[in-house]
Design a protein around this ligand. Structure first.
Ligand SMILES: [Fe+2]
Length: 233
C-alpha cells in the first residue's frame, strides 16, 4: 500500500503552530482481493432428486433417431451429430425422464441463484429451453454465449474416455488490450481459459454471459449432454 491518508474526523494539536491538524493514519498491511468473480456451479444432478442417467442416455438416442426435423436441421446447418435445439422445444412435457431432469435442475438453479446473491424479487428463475446434444468423433461446438437468459448449463449423459472438456473463457478478454498472457502455471482463478472435465451424472451451471465452447471430440464414441437455459421474468 502507499502512504497513509488523512482522517479529517480525528485531529491532534500541531506543536509548532498550536493549531489542530488531522491525524495521519499508519498504512495498513498489503491486501489483494478478488472482485467481480465468475462463479461456476458443479454438482451431481441427482443431489436434488434421482435421475436415471442410463434411461436418460437411452431416451436421448431414441429421440435423436426419431426426430427427422432435427436431423434435417443439423444437416442443413452443418451441425455435427445431432441437437434437438431447433426441433423439440418441449422435452420435459413429452418425456417423463426429462420432466425428472427439469425438477432436479429447478432446484440446482435455485441453489446457484442463492449463491450468486440474486435478488429475484419473489420470482423464480424458470426453464426456458432444454435440448439434447450428441457430438460424434471430430465434432466441435464453437465458442458462444446464451443471450436473453440468466443461467445456462449442461448435464452430462455420456462422456467417453478422451472426449472434450468444456472450455470457459474469461469474460474480460475483449478488454485485454496490452496485458501479457498468463503463465501456464497461473492459479485457476487467474487463467484466461479454464477447462472443466465433468463426469456422467454431473451438472454444470454458469451465468449465461460466460463464453464457452466444446473443443473437438477426439473420442471414437459420442459425447452426449443435455443443455438448458433459465430466464427470469
Ligand atoms: Fe452453450
Amino acid at each position: 500500500m502507499g502512504k497513509g491518508f488523512l482522517d479529517n474526523s480525528a485531529r491532534e494539536c500541531d506543536p509548532a503552530t498550536n493549531l489542530a491538524r488531522p491525524v495521519r493514519k499508519k498504512p495498513t498491511m498489503s491486501t489483494i482481493s478478488s472482485l467481480f468473480v465468475t462463479r461456476l456451479y458443479k454438482a451431481a444432478l441427482s443431489d436434488h432428486g434421482a435421475v436415471d442417467v442410463a434411461e436418460l442416455e437411452a431416451s436421448c438416442l431414441s429421440i435423436a433417431e426419431d426426430d427427422e426435423a432435427g436431423q434435417d436441421w443439423c444437416e442443413e446447418n452443418g451441425y455435427p451429430g445431432y441437437t434437438s435445439y431447433a426441433s423439440l422445444t418441449d422435452l420435459p412435457w413429452r418425456f417423463p425422464i426429462f420432466e425428472q431432469v427439469k425438477a432436479a435442475l429447478d432446484k440446482h438453479v435455485a441453489a446457484f441463484a442463492e449463491d450468486l446473491a440474486f435478488d429475484l424479487e419473489g420470482r423464480a428463475l424458470k426453464l426456458e429451453d432444454m435440448w439434447i446434444n450428441i457430438l460424434p468423433e471430430g465434432g466441435i461446438h464453437t465458442s458462444h454465449i446464451h443471450p436473453h437468459s440468466v443461467i445456462s448449463g449442461t448435464t452430462y449423459v455420456a462422456m467417453p474416455e478422451g472426449t472434450s472438456a468444456l472450455r470457459l473463457e474469461d469474460p474480460r478478454s475483449a478488454m485485454m488490450m496490452a496485458a501479457p498472457a498468463r503463465r501456464k502455471d497461473a492459479p485457476e482463478e487467474l487463467r484466461t481459459f479454464v477447462y472443466v472435465k465433468p463426469v456422467v451424472g454431473e451438472v454444470l451451471l454458469w451465468e449465461s454471459w460466460l463464453r464457452h465452447e466444446v473443443p473437438m471430440n477426439m473420442a471414437e464414441d459420442d459425447r452426449i449432454s443435455v443443455s438448458f437455459n433459465y430466464s427470469w421474468g
